[in-house]
Design a protein around this ligand. Structure first.
Ligand code: ADP
Length: 606
């Protein structure tokens, strides 16, 4: 199966978002609550208990008020009864409700502070574990963005929704049980209108979520455009090319597209809820009046007190329950996204990051490897066979779009081949756990990360600080002078936005090289690592690198043949195939594409 289709299978749960049934969203809602409970069980159980107790208070009050009226009636009739007992019980219930509130708040705060970030960080972690090819799909980006945007708020709201359900359903059930002792017709009249009402609420919530989901792409584009205005790189072009008006117009189109539909759906959902609620109230009160007038049941004063209390409770709670049901529909969509996201398959077994595996130098073998990007029909890498012995410095050369970076990403295990296999030593790359791969390989890509941290952090992230190692890589990457010149030395923060400084393109590249070298991996991959440096500085860095270790395998992509000629071996890639393989001298003698490129580049410098 191709990697394109592999990842297509993997992405199915995310693509199927619109096909998920309402029931599955409700199940996902319950699943998400379970996830929250798992992360912080004690405060969760305490919070649950508080909600159940709080929900039990209204029916308790109704029951006790019935008993109180009854006791007063018995007294009035001249018999023995103790209304004080019931009055004290009712007062204790009220006092208890007040005491429950702060305890519940405390538990809720603990879940917000620990449980919510724990679930959120698990989602972030998952993003880095899945096959990199998934990032080529819009569906993946949409879901990742929706989750990132809403995780914090929606996880809190999900918890609140469960609380609202408990504190509203329990009084309704209690009230129904109390009324059932008077006459079943009263129960039916009260309870039946609630069922379609709640179903409508659930559906409304579901619609609101679907509208939100559909607009993710527009929101993403609107956010992207808005971010351009404060991005230093983009801001230069916006000013020079006079792009501001055009960009603002496009931003408005995408921004308002997302709002109008949402507003319409929310207003309609709210109207239907209100109308439904009013209809249910009318039916309930008609039955109540019918009962009080004695048409089908004889009621005592205590019965009427209980009945009035129960009706008012059900009227109040059912409106709030409707809102909570709408929220289940809405948050169930979010929960289903999180569930599908966490269930995305990892490309290989993940072992705990605390494991330390001594990296061993290993040869690399590609055996008939082919690869196409998801959605593309043509292979970008086409039946490549290659063996890189331990300690070799291999340069990959070829025109733009030939497939050099893709080949490197396959070797690093960032993409999985559609066909063929890659071996490190005699182990299939797919069977090597991620942590072991991380210890084995380091890379500098064309678009490397620039962390808004200190120079030290930019080099050592995420390993600990080793002074000797640090000194070695700083000198290897030629960073000594720059560090001596900046205000706080190695502690200087590299972000003008955070009060620090910015570096030149070449200095950032040296830093990225130092970061890769600091990992002390046995396989080092460099993809155009020095494009922003002048040719002399580039050759200087490369020489220092190449001399450093006999055991380190270095794979280098560069357009500058002045640098690649220093490699032990050069391969030329054309249309995803290796067309030449040998040393600089051998390839010149071959007089093919490499010799042509060399001749062309040499001419620039003559
Ligand atoms: P090189 O490094 O030799 O310039 P690449 O490996 O980056 O070439 O790209 C090889 C081919 O694959 C190009 O035609 C490019 O358009 C295509 N390609 C690269 N990245 C992607 C991607 N993420 N999705 C689809 N096609 C891609």
């Amino acid at each position: 199966m191709s990697s394109g289709s592999n990842s297509l299978v993997a992405i199915q749960p995310l693509l199927g978002e619109s096909k998920r049934s309402l029931l599955s969203r409700v199940r996902s809602f319950i699943w998400l609550i379970g996830k929250l409970a798992e992360t912080i069980p004690l405060p969760f159980i305490c919070w649950l208990g508080m909600n159940i107790l709080q929900g039990s208070m209204p029916p308790f009050q109704i029951w006790a008020s019935g008993k109180l009226v009854n006791a007063i009636q018995v007294r009035i009739d001249g018999h023995q009864a103790n209304p004080w007992l019931w009055a004290i019980l009712m007062a204790s219930g009220l006092a208890g409700s007040r005491l429950l509130a702060p305890t519940k708040s405390w538990c809720e705060a603990a879940i917000h502070e620990q449980g919510v970030p724990a679930v959120h960080s698990r989602v972030l972690e998952r993003t880095t574990e899945v096959d990199l090819a998934l990032l080529e799909y819009q569906a993946f980006h949409d879901v990742a963005l929706r989750i990132a945007e809403q995780a914090n708020q929606t996880l809190k709201e999900t918890l609140k929704t469960l609380g609202d359900i408990l504190t509203n359903v329990i009084p309704i059930i209690g009230a129904i049980l109390i009324i059932s002792r008077i006459h079943w017709l009263l129960v039916a009249a009260l309870f039946l209108p609630l069922i379609p009402l709640l179903a409508v609420s659930l559906r409304q919530g579901d619609l609101v979520w679907s509208a939100l989901s559909k607009q993710t792409r527009d929101r993403r584009i609107a956010q992207y455009i808005a971010a351009r205005f404060s991005d230093r790189q983009a801001a230069k072009e916006i000013r020079l090319f006079g792009l501001a008006d055009e960009l603002i117009q496009r931003w408005e189109v995408h921004f308002t597209a997302t709002r109008k539909e949402m507003r319409g759906k929310i207003t309609r959902a709210f109207l239907r809820l209100q109308l439904g609620g009013t209809g249910a109230d009318v039916i309930s009160y008609a039955v109540l009046i019918w009962a009080i007038t004695g048409r089908f049941v004889h009621l005592t004063a205590a019965d009427i007190t209980v009945l009035m209390g129960a009706f008012m409770t059900i009227g109040n709670q059912s409106f709030q329950l409707q809102q909570a049901t709408l929220d289940i529909g809405k948050h169930g969509g979010f929960a289903a996204d999180v569930r599908a996201f966490l269930n995305l398959p990892a490309p290989c077994a993940v072992i705990p990051t605390s494991a330390t595996i001594p990296p061993q130098p290993l040869s690399i073998t590609l055996d008939h490897v082919s690869f196409a990007y998801p959605g593309a029909t043509a292979n970008v890498i086409d039946d490549v066979n290659l063996t890189i012995p331990v300690g070799q410095t291999l340069a990959i050369v070829g025109e733009n779009g030939a497939g050099k970076t893709t080949l490197l990403k396959l070797i690093l295990g960032l993409y999985q081949p559609d066909s063929g296999r890659i071996f490190f030593g005699d182990r299939d790359l797919q069977s090597i756990p991620i942590v072991e791969r991380q210890a084995l390989m380091a890379a500098v890509f064309q678009s490397f990360s620039r962390y808004p941290e200190s120079i030290l952090e930019n080099i050592t992230i995420p390993k600990g600080h080793d002074a000797a190692e640090l000194e070695r890589v700083i000198s290897e990457a030629g960073l000594d002078r720059m560090i001596a010149d900046v205000p706080d030395g190695i502690e200087t923060i590299l972000s003008p936005d955070l009060g620090g400084i910015d570096l030149s393109g070449g200095q950032w590249q040296r830093l990225a090289i130092a970061r890769a070298a600091y990992r002390n991996a046995t396989i080092l991959a460099l993809d155009e690592p020095t494009a922003a440096l002048d040719p002399l500085a580039e050759v200087d860095i490369f020489k220092r690198f190449a001399q450093l270790s006999d055991n380190r395998t270095t794979i280098l992509i560069s357009h500058r043949l002045g640098m690649t000629r220093l490699a032990d071996r050069i391969i030329v890639i054309e249309h995803g195939k290796i067309t030449e393989d040998g040393t600089h001298a051998q390839l010149l003698r071959n007089n093919h594409h490499y010799a042509e490129l060399w001749e062309m580049q040499s001419r620039w410098y003559r």
